[in-house]
Design a protein around this ligand. Structure first.
Ligand code: 13P
Length: 256
C-alpha cells in the first residue's frame, strides 16, 4: 500500500500575520509543481496568523493547520481555542501533543486523547506527536514510552477515526538540536509505531496511517529519511520558517 507523503511546517511561536502571509506568498510559486496527489504540503502557523495564511494559501496546493485545539465546544477555558473556531477558519489539520506542549504546558496522554477526539469529531485531521526523551532512549525505554503515548493518546478511537489521523514521531533529543535520528534509527521506531497501530486497530488500518518524522529534518537529510519504508513525511520546525529551505526539503522528500 502506498501512503501519500505529508510534509508539515510547525511554525511554533513564530510569524506575525504579515510575516506568515509573506512566507506563504513566497512559498506558493516554489511548490506549485508539487502534485496534490503526490504530497500534502501543510503549514501550521500560530492562531493569530491562521486567517491571513488561509487567505494567502487559497487556490494553492498549500494546506493549513493549527498547533493546538481544546476538547470542549465552548466555555470557561481562558486562553483556549475550540474546534468550531478552527473549522470556521477553513483549516484541515491540527497538531496535538507536541513535546513542547507536554514539557511546558502540562499536556498528558489523557488531554491529548480528549483533544484528538474533539478534532476528529469536527472533521479535522490531527497530527499526533509522540517521542522519547534522551534519557528514555539511553535507558532503553523508547518503545515503552512511545507505546504508552500511543495507547493513551489514541484510546477509544475507531479505525474510521484513524483514517484521518497522522502520527508524528519526534524524538525530543532531535528537536531544534541539529541532531537528527539516523534514517535507520528513525525507521526502527517508525516500524514499532506501525506495529503498535496494527495491534490496536488491525493490520489494514495500521498500514494506512501516515507516520511523519520530526526533529532537525532539513533539505539535506529529507530524502534518506523519507526513503525508509515506514517514514511517510516530516514535521518540520526551523527549516519551515523560510520559503526556500521548506521548498527544497519538500522537493527532496518527494524525489524518493
Ligand atoms: P526542528 O525541525 O526545528 O528540529 O523542530 C521539529 C519540531 O519540533 C516540529 O514539530
Amino acid at each position: 500500500m502506498s501512503r501519500k507523503v505529508i510534509i508539515a511546517g510547525n511554525w511554533k511561536m513564530n510569524k506575525t500575520a504579515a510575516e506568515g502571509r509573506a512566507l506563504v506568498e513566497a512559498l506558493k510559486p516554489l511548490v506549485a509543481d508539487v502534485c496534490p496527489g503526490v504530497a500534502d504540503i501543510v503549514v501550521c502557523p500560530p492562531f493569530t496568523t491562521i486567517a491571513a495564511v488561509v487567505e494567502a494559501a487559497r487556490g494553492s496546493n498549500i494546506k493549513v493547520g493549527a498547533q493546538n485545539i481544546h476538547w470542549a465546544e465552548s466555555g470557561a477555558f481562558t486562553g483556549e481555542i475550540s474546534a468550531s473556531m478552527l473549522t470556521e477558519l477553513g483549516i484541515e489539520y491540527v497538531i496535538i501533543g507536541h513535546s513542547e506542549r507536554r514539557q511546558y504546558f502540562g499536556e498528558t496522554d489523557a488531554t491529548v486523547n480528549a483533544r484528538i477526539k474533539a478534532a476528529v469529531k469536527a472533521g479535522l485531521k490531527p497530527i499526533v506527536c509522540v517521542g522519547e526523551l534522551l534519557e528514555d532512549r539511553e535507558n532503553g525505554n523508547t518503545e515503552k514510552v512511545i507505546g504508552t503515548q500511543l495507547e493513551g493518546g489514541l484510546a477509544g478511537l475507531t479505525g474510521e477515526d484513524m483514517a484521518n489521523v497522522v502520527i508524528a514521531y519526534e524524538p525530543v533529543w532531535a528537536i531544534g538540536t541539529g541532531k537528527t535520528a539516523t534514517p535507520e534509527v528513525a525507521e526502527l521506531t517508525h516500524n514499532f509505531i506501525r506495529c503498535t497501530l496494527k495491534d490496536m486497530f488491525g493490520a489494514e488500518v495500521g498500514e494506512g496511517v501516515r507516520i511523519q518524522y520530526g526533529g532537525s529534518m532539513k533539505a539535506e537529510n529529507a530524502a534518506e529519511l523519507v526513503a525508509q519504508p515506514n517514514i511517510d513525511g516530516g514535521l518540520i520546525g526551523g527549516a519551515a520558517l523560510k520559503a526556500e529551505s521548506f521548498s527544497a526539503l519538500i522537493h527532496n522528500a518527494i524525489a524518493r
